[in-house]
Design a protein around this ligand. Structure first.
Ligand code: FES
Ligand SMILES: [Fe+2]
Length: 362
């Protein structure tokens, strides 16, 4: 019998000291085995469902969660109660709801089983002689739907505490959250498919180091100094400062950032969510891994001050996105090279990336 090599097992992949650390080895971006492990882990992390303002219909399927959780889900409103149900009929597994709609109950189009909007089975034709029926297993299973200032999240791990994960945002932006009145603007939603592993997209997001090289227009909109990165347990915050005459937040005197001309708060929430907060409102980026070398990127906009949409750092979203995708796809090609394995971090500019890699390999 072979004993596992204890030394190899306890090997630290990312040194906690950024000054000596090497970056994430290329196999984490390219190997099926690592990808499967990452997906497993992702399904037990916190996942973004949407914002209450976009669930105006009684039943709304949530397709982006199907790739991450491998589970078709249906977000329902039953008066003031909101539910996140399996979108799979408990009879023979048909998808229940293909598109957003209104209705008194959820009705399967295959053999007509119906459910209440809280998942409880109502009736089923042709089941009169079936014994020990119905039982709880005929009801639709549901996932925990967690609410935070209108945003909704879920997870396969019921022990996750949304409040403590998002606590740093609460502390930093309590003044902004207090008067929040966001509305989903579907005309600004975007969806891209890119040829790159999902980690590369997150890595790129977590540093502003590349801004002067990759985003000349954004670089103009942000002040040359003051860009900062702060790491938290489950999040990283990057702050971009506004140029002299550009739009910025009106921050109250008792807030942490009082006196600063903040153009944007870029929050990454582990592992695949980004909440970008601009004076106009919030741009949520959801990173949906579709295979080891392909990723879907979803942008959703929640608007509060429409008159500020086309000014400052927050006005350049589409342009900046395409510039980012160009470098992320370029790295994906490069990482498959036999001649590259891993690199080093800038101790001043890549703290966020280092933090993410440590978390990912812990
Ligand atoms: S699969 Fe839904 S009623 Fe048969
Ligand atoms: Fe970028």
């Amino acid at each position: 019998m072979m004993w596992p090599n204890i030394e190899a097992m306890s090997e630290v992949i990312i040194d906690p000291d950024i000054r000596v650390a090497q970056t994430l080895p290329s196999e984490f971006y390219t190997e099926e085995f690592h990808f499967t492990e990452q997906m497993e882990h992702m399904s037990r992390s916190i996942q973004f469902v949407g914002h209450s303002s976009e669930f105006t219909s009684d039943m709304t399927p949530v397709p982006h969660l199907e790739s991450v959780l491998k589970q078709p889900l249906l977000r329902t409103n039953l008066e003031s109660d909101k539910h996140l149900l399996a979108n799979v009929c408990t009879h023979r597994g048909m998808i229940l709801c293909h598109e957003e709609k209104n209705g008194k109950s959820i009705r399967c189009t295959y053999h007509g089983r119906t459910f209440q909007k809280n998942g409880k089975m109502k009736n089923m034709p042709g089941f009169e002689d079936v014994e020990n029926y119905p039982t709880e297993s005929d009801d639709l299973p549901s996932l925990n739907l967690m609410h935070w200032h209108g945003f909704e999240f879920t997870s396969f791990d019921p022990s996750l505490e949304l409040e403590s994960i998002l606590q740093p945002i609460e502390e930093r932006l309590g003044w902004w959250l207090k008067d929040l009145n966001l509305k989903h603007d579907a005309t600004r939603d975007r969806k891209w498919e890119i040829n790159a592993n999902w980690i590369l997209y997150v890595d790129n997001y977590l540093e502003g180091f590349h801004i002067p090289f990759v985003h000349p227009e954004l670089n103009e909109a942000l002040a040359k100094d003051g860009y900062s990165t702060e790491c938290y347990d489950h999040a990283v915050l990057q702050i971009g400062m506004a140029n002299k005459d550009d739009v910025c937040f009106n921050i109250p005197d008792d807030a942490i950032d009082a006196g600063k001309r903040v153009a944007a708060y870029y929050w990454w929430i582990y592992p695949n969510m980004m909440m970008n907060i601009y004076p106009w409102g919030v741009s949520m980026n959801i990173i949906v891994p579709t295979s080891v070398n392909t990723t879907e990127i979803l942008f959703k906009s929640y608007v509060q001050n429409p008159e500020l949409l086309n000014v400052g750092a927050g006005a350049l979203l589409d342009k900046v996105e395409l510039q980012d995708q160009y470098v992320v796809e370029g790295c994906m090609r490069g990482l498959q090279s036999q001649l590259y394995h891993r690199g080093r971090y800038s101790a001043t500019h890549e703290k966020g990336v280092h933090h993410f890699h440590m978390k990912l390999t812990r």
